[in-house]
Design a binder for this molecule. Sequence first.
Ligand SMILES: Nc1ncnc2c1ncn2[C@@H]1O[C@H](COP(=O)(O)OP(=O)(O)OP(=O)(O)O)[C@@H](O)[C@H]1O
Ligand SMILES: [Mg+2]
Length: 278
Amino acid sequence: MTPANEPAFALQGVSYAYAQGPAALCGVTFGIGRGETVMLLGANGAGKSTLLRLMDVLMPPTEGRILAFGREVSPDLLRDAALSRWFRSRVGFVFQDADAQLFSPTVEEELMFGPLHIGLTAGEARRRAYELAASFDIERLMDRAPFRLSGGEKRRVALACTLAVNPSVILMDEPTTGLDPKSESWLIDMLHQLASAGKTIVAATHSLHLAAEVADRAIVLGQGSGLVADGAAGAILDDLELLERANLIHTHAHAHDDDSHAHPHTHAGIHTHSEDGR
Ligand SMILES: Nc1ncnc2c1ncn2[C@@H]1O[C@H](COP(=O)(O)OP(=O)(O)OP(=O)(O)O)[C@@H](O)[C@H]1O
Ligand SMILES: [Mg+2]
């Protein structure tokens, strides 16, 4: 059903406008190869979350087409139960707002939900939930209500839930939001492990640090809602003029001549927009 050489995603001239709003995305075209780790960069309101929601087929593009593993996908097409299961078992989405993703009475049920949905037995789903809880260090949270967890705990649970169906593509919206420095390092290690395991990762982030640590490739959305750059992450993160044009960094008029002060990693910690991103 899935030709081995098809890219994970192909977006062809994708535009999106919310009802009564201006265009949130304009004519975006790119492919995501299998096994790539791609960071979506862009200032607040640039359209990163919109793009991820379209890729997760939560809404149809206003214009253009989206293909996953060579097959066109849309909310209409995913009304077919078999196609929906095919897509949902391959593509997982970690929301920007964990509260919008977590809805079960307990963390244990939340972790079992996806596996049950794709047809595992209750015993298999429970075994998978506990394996994930161990690797995410959230075993002590299993009986807790997700909405009563701390922000960072919710993020861990949300990522574990997404991985519970063992998707080959993981879409993530602001994965480092609300994480303390130790949890952020843990997340970076986890993303490296997932990438080594061959997963395709597409994450929207304001953290140029995260992008520098994990991305092979960066896609930059400009404030005109179109794609302004797409290339090797290292080259894009070193292009200060581009980052400034995309409103990702801010350089002071009286900045030092000393070049070490102009590195985006320095700026990322001090001058980028709110990590909370909303
Ligand atoms: N539910 C919605 N209804 C109407 N307009 C929306 C909605 N969600 C987003 N928008 C608008 O669409 C544009 C793109 O928003 P989006 O959330 O995709 O940006 P973003 O790049 O994810 O921003 P952030 O970094 O703040 O998370 C913005 O102008 C925003 O105001
Ligand atoms: Mg967003």
